[in-house]
Structure formats: C-alpha cells, structure tokens
Design a protein around this ligand. Sequence first.
Ligand code: DAK
Length: 260
Amino acid sequence: MTDLKEILCEKQGKICLIKINKPKVLNALTHSVFVELNSVLDDLEADDEVRVVIITGEGRAFAAGADISFMKDLDAQGAKEFAKHITCVLRRMESLDKVFIAAVNGYALGGGCELAMACDLRIADKHTQFGLPETSLGIIPGFSGTQRLTRLVGLTRAKEMVLTAERINAEESYRIGLVNKIADEGMIMDEAYKMAKKIIKNASIAVSYGKEAINRGIQLDMDSAIDYEKNLFGLCFATADQKEGMTAFVEKRTPNFINR
Ligand code: DAK
C-alpha cells in the first residue's frame, strides 16, 4: 500500500475503517487523497477477510468538497484528467465485492457529497449538511454527482440541489432518501459499526451479489436487469452458504456461514 498521509486506514477483522484526515481544511479533497484511497482499494481487493468498509472524516466534516485552492487554476484538460481519475476510484468502490458505508459526520459538500453517494449506504449525524455547491463556483458536479444524485433521489430533488447549489440538512437528506439513517448525537460511528455487523452476519457471496444486482441492474432495461438478477440468483445455489443458510433454517439454528 502507498504510504498514507491524508487518510487513515485501520482494519479490524471483517471491517475496515477509512478516515479522511485533513481536519484543518474540513477534509477538502485533493488528487492525492484519491491516489491514497485507490491504493487502499488495491489492498482491499486482495483481502478476502474484510467485508465492510466504513468511510468517515476526521473533525467536523466528512469532506467539504474538492480542494478549491488546488482546483482553481486547473485548465480544461487538467480538470478532465482530475475528474477521470476520481470517477474511476468511485466506480471501483461500486464494483468491489465489499459494502461501503459512509459515516457522514458533518459537511458533505461537492466532491464530499459525491464520495458519500458512491458508497452503498449512508449514515448522517444531526449536524450533517449535504450539498452540491458547484454551480455557485462556476462548474458542475464532476465526480458523477449529477448522475448518482439523480439515481438516488430522483430528477426533481436532484435538479433543485444542483441548480440552486443550496445545502440540505440531515432530516431533509433522510426525507428524500439520500441517507439511510440519522444517528443520535455522538453515535454515528456506533451506528455505522452496528450496520456493518448486521451485514457481516449474512452470507458474504449473497451480500456481494445483492450489491452487484442492484448496481448493474439500475443501468439496464428492466428485462435485462431481471436476467442479470436471475443469473446471480442461480449462482447463489452453487455456494456452500446457500446450503448452510437453508439447512440452518430447516434445523431451526443459526447458520454458520463460511463465505464460500
Ligand atoms: N477547499 C479548500 N479549503 C477548504 C474547503 C475546500 N472545499 N472547505 C473548507 N476549507 C478550508 C477553509 O478555507 C478554512 O481554511 P483556513 O481559512 O482556516 O485556512 C477551513 O477549511 C475551515 O473552513 P471555514 O473557516 O470556511 O469553516 P466554516 O465553518 O466557516 O464553513 C463551510 C464551513 C463548509 C460552509 C465552508 O468552509 C465552505 O463553504 N467550504 C467550501 C464548500 C465548497 O464550496 N466546496 C467545494 C464544492 S465544489 C472536478 C470534479 C469535481 C469537483 C471538482 C473538480 N473536476 C472535473 C476537475 C468537485 C468540486 C467541489 O467539490
């Protein structure tokens, strides 16, 4: 793994915690944050033990967006390359067979909101504010935010957020389906771990197929998506955990999954 300077990474068995660690600038995102994140993804891809990855930010923000001082002087070509690299990293999170939970502790603006949206699940604290303020800076969301936000909350709310550039609070984020849960004061990491533990109790291949079916299916027409799901459903029956899960149910005991 690359030497980590801007993020922290800590594995505890099946759960890996990634923390963006630039609290003085509210975890503003630079190219190097994503280089480090990508290197952690390399490591995770080869790691069969870790099943859930929690991403959070140090201090009072998840991430207040791309680093404005870094990107202010980019030209069109530089901006395109920056966007290409970062969108690949975010896409990788969506295709890895791990579940990503964003523990959104405070501001998630611009690129920070886009990073949270590339995760599978999002937990906010009461002070969290989401927003895509890019149009107020003369750009549009460039880490696929226009696409992911629309898929998550629908055209109406996505257009309002992108075109007004206004922030929304935790309750509104929950109401429109941008976050899964709002944690009580000081409880965001407990909630994230609680959710991670619920996931790792289930059969790992089934969990990763569930993620894959949803992520791939949403890009397809309905008939192709149903076909895609059907194939993965069939493949579940080639796993030891399907036999174990159903046998355990019949025998009225807790399944002992072996992740195969
Ligand atoms: N970049 C750089 N520094 C930032 C920052 C950011 N995004 N956000 C905060 N900081 C720094 C502040 O400059 C300040 O630094 P010092 O002055 O102390 O040195 C420190 O963090 C604390 O911030 P504030 O003093 O402003 O704290 P407040 O509590 O008063 O305000 C705030 C918090 C989050 C409301 C405010 O900091 C704020 O509005 N921040 C900027 C939010 C924002 O507009 N973010 C950028 C969104 S645009 C691309 C694709 C995508 C993108 C870019 C390029 N390509 C295709 C090339 C994505 C763009 C975005 O993310």
